[in-house]
Write a protein that binds this ligand. Structure first.
Ligand code: NAD
Length: 235
């Protein structure tokens, strides 16, 4: 492997894909060798070769695929990584139980990292939620996620992961979701008892925070063995 890690970006034409391509262009630790999207207008954009989903098997050698697409596109990128013996970093949310199981099976032979949220702030929020849930027995626990109007899944993947953290520490989380305008992503975890309330909030102002975390994870995972890797171990 050369010094820079060769990336295939899957979902490259999307909101996250475009942020990944822009940031990767200025990051010497990674080199994007292929961009894949459902449809493409041009074969080469800013020196990067583009492939449609149907052509993806013809993509050049890569070290790690970075996937921010949709559940219906996920199986094909997982299959390509398995077939090539290469790592997968995915932030695609709304995956089915069968897709999660397939990812765990693939981790027997390739390094895999899936995270519902690639921001450092949300990684810390998980720890704060665990602490609060463990300390506040019997308090109501409510998780509200707010996202842009075109987001397909609700509750968000991050809300569900935060809920799992709260549930594991003894709370019983309830969920509510707002879909409005161009909100990048906000998560409120609220603990309420008679007469008092604690609110833990994270607000993402730009998709760049997720893209930076994913590129960092991709550069790190390329040098790790097969298995399921956790973002908190790499950040
Ligand atoms: P988007 O709709 O803007 O982009 C989706 C991309 O997937 C496009 O490039 C599209 O061409 C591609 N695509 C769709 N169907 C495909 C197919 N069959 N084959 C190949 N490519 C296909 O979406 P987005 O806002 O960029 O979000 C993408 C995913 O990332 C969503 O699941 C979203 O929830 C998730 N997300 C995760 C994080 C995180 O930190 N984990 C942050 C933001 C978004």
């Amino acid at each position: 492997m050369t010094d820079s890690v060769r990336l295939l970006i899957h979902g490259a034409s999307g909101r996250m894909g475009r942020a990944l391509l822009r940031l990767a262009a200025d990051d010497p630790s990674v080199d994007v060798v292929a961009a894949v999207a459902r449809r493409i207008d041009q074969r080469v954009v800013d020196g990067v070769a583009w492939f449609t989903a149907a052509e993806m098997r013809g993509a050049p050698d890569f070290d790690v695929a970075v996937d921010f697409s949709l559940p219906e596109a996920f199986d094909q990128v997982l299959a390509l990584c398995r077939q090539r013996g290469k790592g997968l970093v995915s932030g695609t949310t709304g995956l089915s139980d069968a897709q999660r199981a397939a990812m765990e099976q693939a981790a027997a032979v390739i390094p895999v990292l899936w995270a519902s949220n690639f921001s450092l702030g949300v990684a810390l929020l998980h720890e704060l939620v665990e602490r609060a849930a463990a300390a506040l027995h019997g308090w109501d626990c409510d998780i509200v996620d707010s996202h842009h109007a075109r987001k397909l899944d609700a509750p968000s993947g991050t809300a569900l992961t935060l809920g799992a953290a709260a549930g594991g520490a003894g709370a019983t989380p309830r969920y509510a979701s707002l879909r409005a305008g161009d909100i990048v992503g906000e998560h409120l975890v609220q603990f309420t008892a008679g007469g008092e309330r604690i609110e833990l909030v994270h607000r993402a102002a730009s998709r760049d925070i997720f893209a930076r975390g994913a590129l960092h994870a991709a550069a790190a995972i390329a040098r790790r063995p097969a298995g399921i890797h956790q973002l908190r171990d790499l950040l």
